[in-house]
Design a protein around this ligand. Sequence first.
Ligand code: ZN
Length: 257
Amino acid sequence: MRLALHRVPMALVLVALFAATAARAAEVRFERVADSVYAFIGEMGARTPANEGLNANVGLVITPAGALLIDGGATFEGARQIHEAVRRVTTQPVRWVINTGGRDHRWLGNGYFQAQGAELIAHAGAEADMRDRGNDQLQALRAVLGPKADGTAPTLPTRWLRGRDERLDLGGVVVELKHRGGAHTPGDTIVWLPAQRVLFSGDVIYVDRLLGVLPMSRTKAWLDTFAAIEALNPERIVPGHGRVCSLDRHGARPVTI
Ligand SMILES: [Zn+2]
């Protein structure tokens, strides 16, 4: 049967098209984790055009002087959608993006945020991995996302941290970064907010799915990173993948405070 489109009112066609698009697009929405601290919990499945490759979690901290993102998405377009979601939470500009590791969804959105004037921060342990695999990861994303990966270019951080334990003051908020030699990727770094007792683990902790152990993973250092997390005794953990949780409690339901 051929659909006689010319007989269907145009408004109905537009509604149908909009509904189809809305159903396919994954919405980026930040949930509150603590005072001025938010997380977007990405889908648990694979990268798809519908989720823009954003199958990972992203953190947001609002400071009096600007917004801090913890990870910036996998593509230019995905980063733009993250930014739109930030704007629904705060009018503050995104001034800093921390890349917690070398996996695509941690840093390939950097180009977008650099164009917005953000400083891009990562541990120097990530640099060689980012340089080695940036283009390969982008090619793999292009194969899955097609034109949705357009505009994306591997954009390295502009500020490299070198210590095992680094303490930053970002807009009056203390942010600590700890690197124990990597985990899922060599640059994996945990981000700790001591005042809020919230930990962003990046690809060190996965909840609701198996850990991703890859050829470039550092399994011994991974255990050292787990020990560092245990020593911090965080109240809330925003894992790299999966729901917000704590050390002793799996995120069986969304956390509400
Ligand atoms: Zn990941």
